[in-house]
Design a protein around this ligand. Structure first.
Ligand SMILES: [Zn+2]
Ligand SMILES: [Zn+2]
Length: 177
């Protein structure tokens, strides 16, 4: 059976966004992409003081849902994620593992009081999803600021980098497949 990458929306995430992302990731990674059933956000992940959700709890919930034919699984949430000692995270992944998670909430221009920009929003989602899945394929952060595996401290970094792996990272991914 051919291995697949699964995308699991956490709670409510716009289904058109998920479908578009699936098509783009299919092209990029060369695996068939399946969209899985919506996963509930564990209530225990919510921190009312921060008004944010603890990312590792969502990631472990995702890991309980890994289908047997999954090469990788990507969770997509539309809530704000954090880990201790950081204000927020765009995403999280297991290095060399199967599960990756992204939040799309901070990728919207509106989040910063700016005019909506759907194209830019979708491009940022593709970059963050590719980045976190790249970690699952064993990639660490890349010093090349144009490479999708470059670390994004802010959206400025995300917007500067491309959605592609640099030639070095590409080689590592092909070997890991
Ligand atoms: Zn990273
Ligand atoms: Zn790279």
């Amino acid at each position: 059976m051919k291995e697949k990458i699964y995308i699991f929306p956490f709670h409510k995430v716009n289904s058109n966004i998920i479908k578009k992302l699936a098509l783009q990731l299919e092209k990029k990674f060369g695996y068939p992409i399946r969209i899985g059933k919506e996963i509930d956000i564990p209530p225990s992940s919510f921190n009312s003081k921060r008004n944010q959700y603890l990312s590792p709890i969502l990631l472990s919930k995702l890991k309980q849902n890994i289908p047997h034919d999954a090469a990788k699984v990507l969770g997509v949430a539309d809530v704000d994620l954090y880990v201790p000692y950081l204000n927020f995270v765009f995403g999280q992944a297991e290095l060399g593992g199967k599960a990756a998670l992204i939040s799309i909430i901070r990728l919207r221009q509106e989040y910063y009081g700016l005019k909506p920009d759907q194209k830019l929003f979708e491009l940022r989602i593709l970059k963050e999803a590719t980045h976190e899945l790249g970690h699952c394929y064993g990639l660490n952060h890349c010093p090349n600021p144009r490479c999708v595996m470059h670390f994004s401290n802010s959206l400025r970094d995300t917007d500067y980098k491309s959605h592609e792996f640099c030639s070095n990272c590409k080689k590592i991914i092909e070997r890991a497949k």
